[in-house]
Design a protein around this ligand. Structure first.
Ligand SMILES: [Zn+2]
Length: 166
């Protein structure tokens, strides 16, 4: 697996000068480092996860949110379930996996999967600010609603309103 650390550091757990610099300059956080070491070691001998790329980790609400490269969740869900379960135990948080799509709509769809997204509208308010409204075809639990909003805010800097089809 590729992580926020280099191949060596993610297994030894000791940071080389280049990874150390990433941390010191704030390109990666100490949480990114901890998760990279955990995943790097756990996935070391898992061939199926070789191409998977972990980018960053965030604590949001009561969750540990892990962001992977676009297209990687399928592999994580089919070959990394045990790794994730162990990670939840070790860090004492529920893990939520996210794919980092460059395209906003795809990012939202991935985030909400398997709940289908009906529309995403950007609405300009009279005061000149804008609001992103996402209409879903199935209701989310309150907790999940809150989590989704926080993730979009944190990763894209966008405030979203969730609505539902009647
Ligand atoms: Zn390194």
């Amino acid at each position: 697996m590729k992580t926020a650390l280099c191949k060596v550091c993610q297994v030894t757990g000791v940071l080389c000068t280049s990874c150390e610099r990433e941390l010191r300059t704030g390109k990666i956080t100490s949480l990114d480092v901890d998760i990279s070491i955990y995943l790097g070691r756990a996935a070391k001998d898992k061939k199926e996860l070789d191409t998977v790329s972990f980018k960053r980790a965030l604590y949001i609400d009561n969750y540990l949110v892990l962001i992977f490269k676009k297209g990687d969740l399928r592999l994580m869900l089919s070959h990394g379930k045990k790794i994730i379960r162990d990670l939840e135990e070790k860090f004492g948080r529920k893990v939520y996996l996210v794919e980092d799509h460059p395209n906003f709509r795809e990012f939202i769809e991935g985030l909400l999967y398997p709940v289908p997204v009906e529309t995403i509208n950007i609405i300009w308010l009279p005061d000149g600010s804008k609001e992103t409204r996402i209409v879903l075809r199935k209701r989310l639990r309150r907790e999940k609603e809150r989590l989704v909003k926080s993730i979009v805010k944190e990763l894209r800097g966008v405030d979203v309103k969730l609505g539902y089809m009647r």
